[in-house]
Design a protein around this ligand. Structure first.
Ligand code: 2BA
Length: 110
């Protein structure tokens, strides 16, 4: 068994869960926040059998889109308070999804 963790953007989370549920897969959605932009995203946790993993990754890859966002401040990323606001918005590409997969020793419902 594997644990799949996927960090996805807000716009993608609903269609992603719809697709996962339609395929009989299980998932948990948690609200999370990116360390760089400090904006909201979602972390999806999925416990899955080994032979389901490729299909899940393919669903995530298909549903989650890359987007360009403009940010006018990096309050934490660039250092001191003088860097909190920039004159020109900067374009940053966000998404589709960051996926981490690891082996599960044991899983069960108690
Ligand atoms: P954030 O950390 O808020 O990052 C948002 C976007 O800002 C990133 O999009 C990337 O395009 C850019 N970015 C992040 N760190 C940067 C840096 N040090 N310098 C320049 N640009 C930077 P994504 O790569 O699509 O990441 C989206 C979200 O996925 C991230 O939000 C974070 O919550 C999560 N994430 C990405 N890689 C991760 C990792 N290795 N471990 C844990 N979480 C990760």
């Amino acid at each position: 068994m594997k644990m799949i963790l996927a960090i996805v953007q807000e716009e993608d989370v609903r269609p992603l869960l719809d697709r996962l549920m339609a395929n009989g897969l299980r998932a948990t959605k948690m609200a999370s926040t990116g360390g760089f932009l400090r904006t909201g995203n979602y972390t999806i946790l999925m416990g899955a059998d080994d032979d389901q993993v490729a299909g899940i990754v393919e669903i995530i890859r298909t549903v989650c889109r890359r987007r360009k966002v403009f940010v006018s401040a990096f309050p934490y990323a660039l250092g001191g308070p003088e860097s909190a606001f920039m004159a020109q918005p900067v374009e940053v590409e966000v998404g589709g999804a960051h996926i981490f997969i690891w082996k599960v020793e044991h899983a069960g419902r108690y």
